[in-house]
Design a protein around this ligand. Structure first.
Ligand code: FA5
Length: 342
């Protein structure tokens, strides 16, 4: 009787096992049947209730059923694992025929693109690039540029000071004497590109930070006519082969004579309009012959050497070139503006 019940149990357990198709129900089946508290083991407790002469055979039958269930379980476990693997392969399959999602690459800032173009223009004229620090000493930014303490010209450039008494360079002219001391005593032909900082009210034409490209030539034969030729080459590279340059008398403490550099108005071509205030000309920077005091700070004998220098504003040049009406676009990080220059 008990043997028949045991056989019926075997049939039930194997039927239940054959219906198992996933790891969770396989685990549940194992707990119900083969685990120490599972049904296959509870049979063992009933051995003592059997007639004495049947106990041995009943015990063997229980062991056989247990072994048969364990074999069937192992086979089912392998089948479920295989099925699970198949399921995951299908579920996680990558459709290699799908079109790739375009990656949006970053790009260079318009001022940096312009700086690179400008470096190309000047390098073709034999210039090399000289880098100087953004955080500068008062000496290099002002004093070496012939602006001793209390010189009124310091007010022309409202300055950001650091807590330890240094300044954020107000112009790339701060690198002139550094370049002379580093590259002298022979002739020098360098540009010094980079950011400058001024504590100015931000307007459509003025920012607190902007790029300049400084140019510096020093040597025994350098003269103002070289300056005009170089600036003409720059203007034509930036604004087209018909562009013209005008040097207009001005004042800078570090040059004598000093000039403002104008190009013919890019909007009206020189006829006069609102943008050029009806003068036909637009300013792109300052320039001049390097002051003897500055040459002296750089270690050059002013009696034997002359220098010419210029400082060009990059964002204002780009505003003229692309018809940009507000300089603040450059540092707003608005991709709708920046992406136009990719
Ligand atoms: C100077 O900075 C002189 N160091 C230039 C120079 C160099 C003269 C060598 C002689 C010899 P200025 O302050 O004018 O000069 O500035 C030069 C150019 O920088 C300007 O023409 C303008 O294009 C740009 N610039 C000046 N201030 C600002 C500002 N706040 N925002 C944007 N661009 C500016």
């Amino acid at each position: 009787m008990a043997i028949e019940e045991l056989e019926a149990y075997r049939g039930r357990a194997l039927d239940a096992l054959s219906a198992v198709s996933d790891p969770a129900s396989l685990e549940a089946w194992y707990r119900a049947h083969l685990a120490p508290s599972g049904e296959a083991n509870t049979w063992k407790r009933s051995i003592g209730q059997q007639p004495k002469d049947e106990r041995k055979a009943f015990g063997q039958a229980i062991n056989e059923v247990g072994a048969a269930l364990a074999d069937a379980y192992a086979a089912r476990q392998a089948a479920v694992a295989q099925a699970e693997l198949q399921r995951r392969l299908v579920q996680e399959a990558v459709d290699v025929t799908l079109p790739a999602r375009a990656r949006r690459a970053g790009g260079l800032h318009p001022s940096v693109i312009a700086l690179r173009q400008i470096a190309d223009v000047f390098c073709q004229m034999g210039f090399t690039v000289f880098e100087s620090p953004h955080v500068e000493t008062d000496y290099y930014n002002f004093e070496a540029a012939n602006m001793p303490p209390h010189h009124p010209a310091r007010d022309m450039q409202d300055t950001f000071f650091t807590t330890d008494g240094q300044v954020l360079r107000t112009h790339t002219t701060s690198g002139q004497v550094r370049a002379m001391r580093c590259l002298g005593p022979g002739p020098i032909r360098v540009i010094l590109p980079g950011l400058c900082y001024r504590n100015e009210d931000v307007t459509t034409r003025s920012e607190m930070q902007f790029h300049q490209v400084e140019g510096l030539l020093v040597g025994p034969t350098v003269r103002m006519s070289d300056l005009k030729g170089i600036l003409m080459a720059y203007a034509r590279a930036m604004f087209g082969p018909d562009q013209d340059v005008r040097l207009r008398g001005s004042y800078f403490p570090f040059t004598e004579p000093s000039v403002e550099v104008d190009i013919r108005c890019t909007l009206c071509g020189g006829d006069g309009c609102r943008v050029c205030k009806y003068t036909g000309w637009l300013e792109i920077g300052g320039a001049g012959q390097v002051h003897p005091v500055v040459l002296g700070h750089g270690g050059y004998d002013p009696a034997k050497n002359r220098g010419i220098a210029f400082g060009l504003g990059i964002e204002r040049m780009l505003m003229l070139r692309h018809g940009i009406d507000d300089i603040r676009h450059f540092f707003r990080n608005d991709l709708r503006f920046l992406a136009n220059f990719r």
